[in-house]
Design a binder for this molecule. Sequence first.
Ligand SMILES: *Cc1c(COP(=O)(O)O)cnc(C)c1O
Length: 460
Amino acid sequence: MDNKAKLRMLPKIDEIVSLLGPLCEKYGRDMVTECARERIDEKRAALLSGGDCDVTIEGTAREIERELAAIFAPHLHPVVNATGVVLHTNLGRAVLSERAAMAAYKAARQYNNLEYDVEAGRRGSRYSHIEKLLRRVTGAEGAMVVNNNAAAVMLILSTMAEGKEVVVSRGELVEIGGAFRVPDIMARSGGYLVEVGTTNKTHPYDYENAVTENTGAFLKVHTSNFRVTGFTEEVTLEEMCRIGHERGIPVIYDLGSGLMSSMREAGITDEPMVLEAMAAGADVISFSGDKLLGGPQAGIIIGKKEYIEKMKKNPLTRAFRVDKMTFAALEETLRAYLDGSAKENIPTLAMIGRDTESLDRAARRLKNRLKGVKGLKAAVIDEKSQVGGGSVPSVFFDTKAVEVSHDSLSAAALEERLRKEHNIICRIVRERVVFDTRTLLEGDEGRIAEALKDICGVKA
Ligand SMILES: *Cc1c(COP(=O)(O)O)cnc(C)c1O
């Protein structure tokens, strides 16, 4: 059949739509009609340009059904994180605590006093409550919250240093996550970057010599996702504060991760802590809500009241403002720090703090579940997991994992099927598929076992 004949055979839109009655019930007649029209247009174009396609009404209807199912399937769906990377930016960073997630759910489903002062019966501030809580947790004079830490840094610089010079060490001109680059954020904020020192060494006199009458601030940026080793020298935050404050210059610290209390016992030794940075005298500090703090995506700013009050009046604050669900989840996350339950109840901290025995038990349980899967060999092994999310790059924790190999499927083939068919994300180490138990949540062991059974079959 030539393409001209095929063009004449293309099914009519209303014929297709009436064939798809049940789909019209499910997705609405307009949606089905629109999909049918798009499909027919595509087919016509393909035939006119000499290509080929299925012109039967049944075939076309099946294509439309598949397309509608894809449109209505949620794009954001759960995955099993068996990588052992606790804060995996591609997998959504911090998992919220039950309490925080429930609070977000409630905020979404009910009216609330987001910007209403119930006592006074008039408009209130959306920041007042979270500010009180953050002040209590961190001891800061003032606090506010924006969408993420990138927005926080932007707002801080735009408020404190627009049209002024900001002194930054060359060792701290970082790029994080591809799009957050200190020089670019600086340019957008209206501040002028003054680079001092070298990549590996910056001295106190570098800051002293950089000061002019137009210096707006010193900025310290935590080198979250890399470490410089060898002959290095960095000016401490205390020292920067001493030099700055003697000259009336405020010191800003982009701390990155928001580690609230020491996790030294878990092996995190070189990550700056919020309270220490406060004690060192920084005027303004910012950090992410969804890194080591373990809460929702947010940028948290704490510091001197005069600067925080100015930030609240900056028009960017409106552009960077945070949703009610975020406030609700962040509040509950912060409360866990107040009542002392953080290390237990905040999943990020609980995962980092998990002891080897509990990881080992989980690995053995998973291995036992894999008995009877055809062609599969499983073993419990010692592995290393990482915090991730651009935090603590040099720390690798001892962990327990299950490594799996198959008689006929390669590790790459197994990994691909686990990922594509079962949304299980894992690593390949030495030609074996590895499931790190550190990041597995409730029910995940069962999901992994069922997926492997499905892919490999069960022994007769
Ligand atoms: C992660 C990070 C950022 C970006 O924070 P987001 O919350 O992802 O916007 C900025 N600065 C530092 C030092 C970081 O570690």
